[in-house]
Write a protein that binds this ligand. Structure first.
Ligand code: FES
Length: 116
């Protein structure tokens, strides 16, 4: 099996190979970045690397971990607190897995969220 430059083989057996791709995730508001695989949530990567990312429920319901997507894309099918339209512009980092290099801005919430 041939792997692309940023792919890693997780399990290599005769008929089963699972690969992951690591992407750079940059928080432009603070100039911090980390590597997160497409099999891992952004929040898990932040916790691993000691990067401050707010969170609370960790199940996609509270919006505490929300970040605006400046560039790139994620998959986040369990981001229940966001509408389909909001999922294009915002990532719930507890649920979101990168699908490309990402630039995020933390602490930015959808306009539908009213903050006091
Ligand atoms: S921590 Fe609650 S939605 Fe992510």
């Amino acid at each position: 099996m041939f792997l692309k430059e940023n792919e890693k083989s997780l399990i290599g057996r005769k008929n089963l190979t699972i690969t992951m791709v690591e992407y750079k995730v940059e928080y432009e508001d603070v100039g911090e970045s980390l590597e997160v695989s497409d099999k891992q949530t952004i929040l898990r990567g932040c916790l691993r690397d000691g990067i401050a990312q707010e969170y609370s429920c960790r199940v996609g319901m509270c919006l505490a971990c929300c970040a605006e997507i400046i560039q790139g894309s994620v998959v986040q099918p369990a981001a229940h607190a966001l509408t389909e339209e909001e999922r294009e512009k915002y990532a719930l980092t507890c649920m979101a897995r990168p699908q490309s290099e990402l630039v995020l801005r933390r602490g930015v919430y959808p306009p539908s969220v009213e903050l006091d």
